[in-house]
Design a protein around this ligand. Structure first.
Ligand code: ATP
Ligand code: MG
Length: 416
């Protein structure tokens, strides 16, 4: 039976046409097909991210084909046959059909092939081993990828234990795809294999682990998959501190109810202890970017203390002290950890107030302090901070005159 998803708009953009034309000009019509996430998501009517292409052309031929067509070619993973074409700024990952010859759980030794069915055998799950021609005609060598995809079944291609031993990261990919596309009960064999081999996840390259975990956490409804991951011991194998999912579950519930955007980093924050040093260590261990690490650390601080009954004044004080982004994160975390949904109005009120308030600039500078008679040196900063504290205590009083009066009083009280 020939199935088709029809020719999707992303298949006929000038960029996609240019890349496919280039490959076919070097090879023959049909030597390249779309595969992986783009086909799967098109099949399931979900938006697509990146475009992966499989081809019978060898990596050298792919390079030549792209160069001949004037398309930028970046050898991003030549050892396993991947070249990234960049056409008018859009990347396409082009991988030569291959079969895995040997693996040590990390790095596959590959042989290229012209056999699409062989290529399908080295892919992780049946729903990821479906290919589409340029016109959307589907090709499903495992014979069940389309059906599994539609039914929300995440099934390893071949024997789950064997496939995981070849690449332990597939354990995490299983839960990630379960979170995004799984429906109904998960495949028992797959789950048992993940559980049996979970220990081998420790000591794996952190970037890949973190990437899969973050993608999992970004799913619309990650709770069932994460619960499975916790039950099978896989979650603590990669994140030993993640023993309590209640804050996580609550955060997802809040996000869903309040129509907040899914926030994988904040979701991750619910799984790690509320401690800045610990958060920084976990971020290092997972090799998260500096930006993400800083965000996690800032979200973890305990002062100012965030409660649903904070006054507007305390709220402003909090935003001034740590900035709007960190304040928002802390409110959502405190809300999630409060374990109650009854204070919804108060929590939302805090977020709204913080959002609508622009922190004023402290009206005095070091020059003002020096004018008030304080000698240049460390004392200037000290005096300035004391007056700033007073100004904050007075709810950011918009009155430079009073601030100068206070400055004079502080300056007079200092012993130089
Ligand atoms: P998305 O891009 O939406 O995250 P994807 O399925 O395209 O999902 P990629 O990581 O881009 O995932 O991989 C592209 C394809 O390559 C997959 O669909 C799968 O067929 C294959 N693949 C990727 N990683 C592995 C792996 N570790 N083991 C086996 N096959 C893999
Ligand atoms: Mg992809």
């Amino acid at each position: 039976m020939t199935d088709s998803i029809g020719q999707k708009p992303w298949m006929k953009t000038p960029q996609a046409i240019a890349v496919m034309d280039a490959l076919e000009a070097r090879g023959f019509s049909g030597c390249a097909r779309f595969v992986g996430g783009c086909v799967r998501n098109a099949l399931l009517n979900r938006p697509i991210d990146d475009i992966d292409i499989a081809t019978t052309l060898t990596p050298d031929q792919v390079m030549e084909a792209l160069q001949d067509a004037g398309i930028k070619a970046v050898p991003t993973g030549v050892e396993h046959g991947t070249i990234t074409a960049v056409a008018h700024g859009q990347p396409f990952e082009i991988t030569t059909l291959r079969r895995d010859v040997s693996t040590d759980g990390r790095r596959a030794v590959v042989a290229f092939t012209e056999d699409w069915a062989e290529d399908a055998q080295r892919r992780d799950f049946t729903l990821n081993a479906v290919y589409a021609d340029r016109d959307g005609t589907l090709f499903d060598p495992t014979g069940r990828g389309v059906e599994d995809g539609r039914a929300g079944r995440i099934i390893f291609v071949g024997d789950a234990m064997t496939r995981i031993r070849e690449d332990y990261l597939r354990i995490l990919r299983f839960f990630r795809f379960q979170a995004w596309y799984g429906r109904g009960d998960p495949d028992e064999k797959a789950l048992a294999a993940c559980k049996a081999l979970k220990e081998s996840l420790s000591g794996r390259p952190a970037e890949r682990t973190a990437k899969e975990l973050t993608k999992l956490l970004a799913a619309e409804e990650p709770r069932p998959a994460l619960a499975l991951m916790a039950q099978s011991g896989v979650l603590t194998a990669i994140l030993p501190c993640a023993t309590d999912l209640s804050g996580f579950n609550q955060l997802v519930e809040i996000e869903t109810e309040q129509l907040f955007e899914n926030d994988p980093i904040l979701r991750l924050a619910t799984l790690i202890p509320e401690d800045q040093v610990g958060a920084a260590q976990i971020a290092e261990r997972l090799r998260l970017s500096n930006e993400v690490r800083d965000r996690l650390v800032a979200a973890m601080g305990r002062t100012p203390r965030i409660t649903s009954w904070m006054s507007p004044r305390e709220t402003r004080r909090g935003v001034y002290a740590i900035g709007l982004a960190a304040f928002n994160d802390r409110v959502k975390l405190a809300w999630a950890k409060s374990g109650r949904t009854s204070a919804t109005h108060q929590w939302r009120g805090l977020l709204a107030l913080a959002e609508s308030w622009s922190p004023p600039t402290f009206p005095l500078t070091g020059d003002d302090v020096i004018h008030a008679g304080v000698p240049k040196g460390p004392m200037v900063g000290q005096v300035l901070r004391e007056v700033e504290e007073w100004w904050i205590d007075h709810d950011f009083i918009d009155d430079k005159f009073s601030a100068i009066e206070k400055l004079k009083a502080v300056a007079q009280g200092m012993a130089y």
